[in-house]
Design a binder for this molecule. Structure first.
Ligand code: ATP
Ligand code: MG
Length: 339
């Protein structure tokens, strides 16, 4: 097996803590399976600005371009002013059009929805989320929602291809085309066209507000959720709540020339620097990355160790009712690798 060169973006807030825990577990797993990694660390955001004068240093772009794979901690986005979202900038720069977020229950966590297993495919480059905004005058702000045929077709193809390859049965396109008849209408038209090429997969359409209620009443009716950027952002947090919270749900941003793996959660400044964060979401993002790198044995070893720690329920972090810190939890996962 070759050494995998991976760009590591620690981020800020809880980012450095969860990335350090994740790297520690991958290194320990690699020692068992023979996988080896070379981490090229480049940071982005306010920390990077303080050091280099750039929010995203050129060296980070160059590194991702060369390695094609990055593991990324959360980077704080200032609310209502300040610099443009680093996350959005990276997704646009590398055209990471497909944001893939598996929402799967872990053993031992008490929730109202045991054994939930659904996948969200969120378009990642356009929609209101692109942040194309202007002040028309001091009292009127305008935000542009751009939906394209190209963007909609390629995210729909990712979702249906995934369904076919992984034996998933249903794809629901989530929209608000009753109100946004042109933009969401175009999105739906594209989803329908792609669905026609996958006759073995059931295709349905749900309106986003109804979807929120349906997800809370009976999330098991969903298999794959296919949606635009903003609805996908909101539904992802909702779905993470169904299985135990933001500390758990991983994500992959897949593009043509590069892929960046990161958790759904943000930088959680309320618990940063206190050894309280749950690294599971980033660790499971790293497991998605290992599958992407075809390091299946290492991916499976880590996932099994993680599930063992959850099933035992002795060393869990505070967000899911335990008392362990980030370090103790990740040490327990390392120990479970060779258990
Ligand atoms: P963003 O705008 O970057 O998406 P957000 O407003 O969605 O951020 P988060 O930073 O994701 O917010 O945090 C939301 C809540 O979830 C906070 O109370 C935070 O402490 C908690 N949280 C998020 N991630 C984790 C984690 N890995 N472990 C424990 N708690 C977490
Ligand atoms: Mg969020």
């Amino acid at each position: 097996m070759p050494t995998h060169k991976i760009t590591l973006i620690p981020g800020d807030g809880i980012g450095p803590e969860v990335t350090a825990a994740t790297v520690k577990i991958l290194e320990a797993a690699g020692k068992i399976t023979g996988a080896s990694f070379e981490w090229h660390t480049h940071n982005a955001g306010a920390d990077a600005f303080a050091k280099t004068g750039e929010y995203i240093p050129q060296s980070l772009y160059d590194s991702v371009k060369e390695n094609k794979v990055a593991l990324k901690g959360p980077v704080t986005t200032p609310i209502g002013g300040g610099f443009t979202s680093i996350n959005v900038t990276l997704r646009k720069k590398f055209d990471l059009y497909s944001n893939f977020r598996p929402v799967k229950s872990l053993p031992g966590i008490k929730t109202n929805y045991p054994n939930l297993d659904l996948v969200i495919f969120r378009e990642n480059t356009e929609d209101l989320y692109a942040g194309l905004e202007v002040m028309i005058n001091p009292d009127i702000a305008q935000s542009l929602k751009i939906i394209t045929r190209k963007g909609s077709l390629r995210i729909a193809k990712s979702a249906f291809e995934y369904a076919r390859r992984h034996g998933r049965k249903k794809v629901h396109a989530i929209h608000k085309a009753n109100i946004m008849k042109l933009s969401d209408g175009l999105f739906l038209k594209c989803c329908k066209e792609v669905a026609a090429e996958y006759p073995e997969i059931t295709y349905a359409e749900h309106i986003v507000d109804n979807t929120c209620m349906q997800l809370v009443m009976n999330p098991f009716q969903y298999d794959i959720i296919l949606t635009e950027n903003l609805y996908g952002d909101i539904l992802s947090d909702l779905c993470s709540g169904l299985i135990g919270g933001l500390g758990l749900v991983p994500g992959a941003n897949i593009g043509v020339d590069a892929s960046i793996f990161e958790a759904v959660h943000g930088s959680a400044p309320d618990i940063a620097g206190q050894d309280k964060a749950n690294p599971t979401a980033l660790l499971q993002s790293a497991v998605l990355m290992l599958h992407h790198l075809e390091e299946t044995a290492t991916a499976d070893l880590i996932q099994k160790a993680l599930e063992r720690v959850y099933a035992e329920g002795k060393t869990l972090t505070r967000d899911i009712g335990g008392t362990a810190g980030t370090t103790a939890f990740s040490d327990a996962v390392v120990a479970a690798l060779s258990a």
